[in-house]
Write a protein that binds this ligand. Structure first.
Ligand code: GLU
Length: 436
C-alpha cells in the first residue's frame, strides 16, 4: 500500500455491492489501523485499508508547524483608495482564525490576520485593512486580564484614526468579551466582534459571510460594541447584536447568537455577487458615530465569581468563594431571582463583609424581582442587589468593571442599577424600603 502521511490529499476507490464508491479528502492522524480522512464536507470517516485503491492526489511535503505568531502588524486592502474607510482587524483566535492541525487532528487557531485577509480578499474591497494578531487562543482560554489588553489595543487603534474595529474571536465566550469591551471602551466608532461556528475548511463555513458583514458594520455609523453573526440558517443576513445582551444559544448552528431581552440592533443583508448592494435594516436605536468621545475605562476587579443555583445546592459554595477572597459574587438564581432559604445566612455574611452579591436569573428573559416571594424578600433584607434584566454573564462582567471603579458598597449598588452600556432594558425594579 502507498505510504500515507498526515495531511496528504487522497482518493480512495472502494468496491461495494452497488458499485465503486470514491472518497476524497485529507489524511488525519489516527492510532487505529484504519485510514481516517476528513472529507470535503468536513466529516471524518474511517476506512479499512484492505481491498481499496488509494491514490495520493496532493502531498504537503511534511507536517506543517502551526504559526506561533503572537503580535505582528500587516497592511493590505486597496492602499491609497482614500474613499474607503480604514478598519483595524484585531485577531484573538477561535474558529474564524482556525484550520485543521494535522499534527493533532484538532481544529486549532493558526491563521494570522494576513491569512484571514488572503482567505477573504473581498474585505479589501470594503475597506483599507490593517491587521494585528493580539492573541491566538480558543476563547475558552480568554481571561479578564486579556480583555484589558484588547481594550487598550482597540483604544489605540481608534486614537490612531481607525474608522472601525473588527475583533475576530472564538464564539464560546464572545458574549463575555463583547460585554466587557462595552463597559471598558466608550467608542465613537463601531467595534464589531465576529467569529464563525464552522471552520473555513468546511463548505458550510460561516467565516466569509460573517467577516464581510462585520466589515460592513464596522464601516457603518453604529458606534457601539456589537456582535455580528449569521442571523438565520441560510446565507441571507447577519444580525447585529448589542454587546451586553448577546448570547451563544446553540453549540453548532450558524445562527447560534441571539439578543436576549431586546431585539437585535438590526440586520445586514449579504449579497455575495455584489457587496455594494448589501443593505441594512434597523430594528432599534443605537449610538451614532461620533456621539461619544473615545474613553478607555479598563480597570477591572477580576476576583468576581458567578454561581449557578440548583435545587439542593449547598450554600457552602458561596462561603467558599468568600473565604477565597472573592470581591464580588453574582448568583444565577431561579425564576424571579431565588436561591433556597438556607442560602440567606451566607448572603448576609458576604454582604456584611462588604462583598456585593448580585442576583440574576437562569430564566435569562425577564427582570429579577425579589419582592414577590418570601425567599426573595429575605434576600433583599440581606442586602442582595437585583441584577435587573441583565444576563448573568453581563452582570458578572459589569460587577468586575464596577468594582474596578469603586469599592464603596452604596456606589456599587447604584452603578449596578444604572444603565451604562445598554445592559439594562426593562422596567426598573425599585428597592424601596426593603433595603436595610
Ligand atoms: N471553542 C473555540 C472558541 O470559542 C472554538 C469555537 C468557535 O470559535 O466557534 O474559540
Amino acid at each position: 500500500m502507498t505510504e500515507l502521511r498526515e495531511g496528504d490529499r487522497i482518493r480512495i476507490r472502494k468496491k461495494t455491492d452497488s458499485g465503486v464508491v470514491v472518497y476524497e479528502g485529507i489524511v488525519m492522524p489516527t492510532a487505529s489501523r484504519n485510514i481516517v480522512m476528513k472529507l470535503d464536507s468536513g466529516y471524518n470517516i474511517g476506512i479499512h485499508p484492505e481491498d481499496v485503491e488509494i491514490e495520493v492526489v496532493d502531498r504537503l511535503g511534511g507536517v506543517k508547524e502551526g504559526k506561533k505568531e503572537v503580535e505582528r502588524e500587516i497592511r493590505t486592502g486597496k492602499k491609497g483608495e482614500e474613499h474607503l474607510p480604514s478598519l483595524s482587524i484585531l485577531s484573538t483566535g477561535g474558529t474564524i482564525a482556525s484550520k485543521v492541525d494535522y499534527r493533532t487532528g484538532a481544529v486549532s487557531p493558526q491563521f494570522s490576520t494576513e491569512d484571514i485577509l488572503e482567505a477573504i480578499p473581498e474585505l479589501g474591497t470594503i475597506a483599507n485593512i490593517k491587521g494585528k494578531v493580539i492573541y491566538s487562543i480558543l476563547s475558552e482560554n480568554m481571561r479578564a486580564e486579556y480583555w484589558k489588553k484588547l481594550a487598550a489595543e482597540i483604544y489605540n487603534e481608534i486614537k490612531n484614526g481607525a474608522d472601525g474595529i473588527i475583533v475576530t474571536h472564538g464564539t464560546d465566550t464572545m458574549g463575555y468579551t463583547a460585554a466587557a469591551l462595552s463597559f471598558m471602551v466608550r467608542t465613537p466608532v463601531p467595534v464589531v466582534l465576529v467569529g464563525s461556528q464552522r471552520s473555513s475548511d468546511r463548505p458550510s463555513s460561516d467565516a466569509t459571510m460573517n467577516a464581510i458583514c462585520a466589515a460592513k458594520v464596522a464601516s457603518s455609523d453604529i458606534a457601539e460594541v456589537v456582535v455580528v453573526m449569521h442571523g438565520s440558517t441560510s446565507d441571507d443576513f447577519c444580525s447585529i447584536h448589542r454587546g451586553t445582551n448577546v448570547r451563544k444559544m446553540h453549540t453548532s448552528a450558524r445562527d447560534a447568537f441571539q439578543s436576549i431581552n431586546e431585539v437585535p440592533i438590526g440586520k445586514v443583508y449579504y449579497d455575495a455577487s455584489d457587496l455594494d448592494k448589501m443593505r441594512f435594516e434597523f430594528c432599534s436605536s443605537y449610538k451614532k458615530r461620533g456621539e461619544h468621545e473615545l474613553e478607555l475605562r479598563d480597570k477591572l476587579e477580576e476576583k468576581c465569581g458567578l454561581i449557578k443555583f440548583y435545587p439542593g445546592a449547598d450554600p457552602a459554595i458561596l462561603d467558599f468563594l468568600v473565604g477565597q477572597g472573592y470581591k464580588g459574587i453574582v448568583l444565577e438564581g431561579t425564576g424571579l431571582g431565588h436561591v433556597s432559604a438556607e442560602w440567606v445566612p451566607s448572603v448576609v455574611r458576604a454582604v456584611k463583609q462588604g462583598i456585593p452579591v448580585v442576583m440574576t436569573s437562569q430564566c435569562l428573559y425577564g427582570t429579577v424581582c425579589d419582592r414577590v416571594y418570601d425567599t426573595g424578600r429575605d434576600l433583599l433584607h440581606a442586602g442582595i442587589i437585583e441584577g435587573e434584566d441583565m444576563l448573568p454573564e453581563t452582570a458578572l462582567v459589569k460587577l468586575m468593571w464596577v468594582l474596578g471603579q469603586t469599592t464603596d458598597m452604596e456606589e456599587v449598588r447604584r452603578l449596578m442599577h444604572e444603565k451604562i452600556a445598554g445592559e439594562i432594558k426593562g422596567r426598573r425594579v425599585r428597592e424601596g424600603s426593603l433595603i436595610p
